[in-house]
Design a protein around this ligand. Structure first.
Ligand SMILES: [Zn+2]
Length: 418
């Protein structure tokens, strides 16, 4: 065996499977905008191997050590970082045996300006432009922040610790359990997540005002807005609470986390992202002003907020095995967002908008180079291309047809009695 066998692979080899990540990130938001970190990954070695192969992209790996449950330590003789394939291969002279162990890695990187992975954006504080940090990991960019098994099916729990400037708000998937101050830097400890995919991990560090409320089931919901604009977060907060109540009843499954935060950031590649427990919105998708915003904006916000909240059930709790089935994730979230909006605002007749919504899918579907809703993804470089109107809008149309064909009671399986 040699490391050439890992060139151009579509998927990571499965001779090591992660179950837990203990991730400590240290952010430097001064002009250099760099970060360093350590990650300790609980692994199950399922086949004897001289290699551990995981994802990393644009990271420097400084040190790695594998420790077995019997406390035997293995230091790799070579660490090969391949930025083309976005993998790091740890080569061991001795063979790692089947069993449990802990892989520790020290690494560092630079906050990029490409709106993916861990990236830098800016906010204005009393007329001065300052740096803040945000993440966007879907589909395959968690690997730009920390070395990991970055595939949706390889779920694990995450315990996240952040070092950040003490004057800023730090947000992640879970509530904060402890904080320590050392000069101008605070170390923030977050509660451990439940089992989830790497693409749903999130970290945001910035300056915000927030408002909050609680659902009927006791889930704390907070809306983080730019300083001085928290009034504009009220409509999104209200929509999120109502959507959580609707979906909890519709799916007969409670929302699984103690909190759901949302945050409006100034620079974001998509409209919003359903990170588990912390939805990140481009600011104009989350902020609403009664005096300035249009009725069309109100309709759009209802659809987007319900879509992101709905992903917490399918997508986040139940996840596609691989990106080939992304259309199910996005098609369902879009379909159910119409259902929720129709329930909340029946006077809007929102399903009439559905026809306009599907037009984008029809136009793409008319091209000679069309692809089916279910797309083979052979390499990570092709992943981004499946996030198009075929997946979202044709996916929505197919699910709407299926629901119409089967009828509500059968489609909503729990109402169906065998
Ligand atoms: Zn979505």
């Amino acid at each position: 065996m040699n490391i050439e066998q890992f060139k151009g692979l579509a998927r990571l080899p499965k001779f090591a499977i992660p179950s837990h990540y203990d991730l400590h990130l240290k952010l430097d938001l001064s002009a250099a905008c760099t970060f360093s970190g350590t990650v300790k990954i609980n692994l199950s070695i399922t086949e004897k191997t001289n290699f551990l192969v995981l994802n990393a992209n644009q990271l420097q790996v400084h040190q790695a050590l594998f420790t077995t449950s019997g406390n035997q330590q293995y230091c790799p003789s070579d660490v090969v970082v391949d930025d083309d394939d976005e993998v790091v291969v740890l080569v061991f002279d001795e063979t790692l045996c089947v069993g449990e162990g802990l892989l520790g890695i020290e690494f560092s990187g630079k906050l990029n300006e490409h709106l993916k992975g861990l990236y830098r954006c800016t906010y204005v504080d009393e007329g001065v432009k300052k740096n803040m940090a945000d993440t966007q990991f879907e589909a395959a960019d968690a690997r730009r922040c920390f070395p990991c098994w970055d595939e949706p099916a390889l779920k694990a729990t995450f315990k996240i610790t952040l070092d950040a400037p003490s004057e800023l708000t730090t947000l992640s998937n879970m509530p904060i359990i402890d904080e320590k101050l050392d000069g101008n830097i605070k170390t923030v400890y977050f509660e451990e997540t439940q089992v989830m995919s790497t693409y749903l991990v999130v970290v945001v560090v910035g300056l915000f005002d927030h408002i909050e409320d609680t659902t009927a089931d006791g889930v704390k919901v907070r809306a983080y807005c730019p300083v001085g604009r928290s009034d504009e977060g009220k409509f999104a907060l209200e929509l999120t609470i109502k959507s959580l109540d609707i979906f909890t009843k519709y799916f007969s499954t409670p929302y699984p986390l103690p909190k759901l935060d949302m945050v409006a950031v100034p620079e974001f590649a998509a409209g919003a992202m359903e990170n588990f427990g912390l939805i990140v919105y481009r600011d104009n998708e989350m902020l609403y002003s009664d005096s300035k915003s249009t009725a069309r904006r109100k309709h759009r916000m209802s659809i987007v907020v319900a879509h992101e909240v709905a992903h917490h059930w399918f997508g986040n709790l139940a996840t596609m095995e691989w990106w080939t089935h992304l259309w199910l994730n996005e098609g369902f979230a879009t379909w159910v967002s119409y259902m929720a909006t129709d329930n909340l605002f029946p006077e809007w007749n929102i399903w009439t908008n559905f026809l306009r919504e599907t037009t984008g899918g029809l136009s793409l579907d008319a091209l000679e180079q069309l692809h089916p809703v279910e797309v083979e993804v052979h390499h990570v470089h092709g992943v981004e291309q499946v996030f198009d109107d075929i997946g979202y809008r044709k996916g929505l149309a197919i699910i709407r047809m299926l629901q119409g064909y089967l009828g509500d009671d059968i489609f909503q399986v729990r109402k169906f009695t065998f």
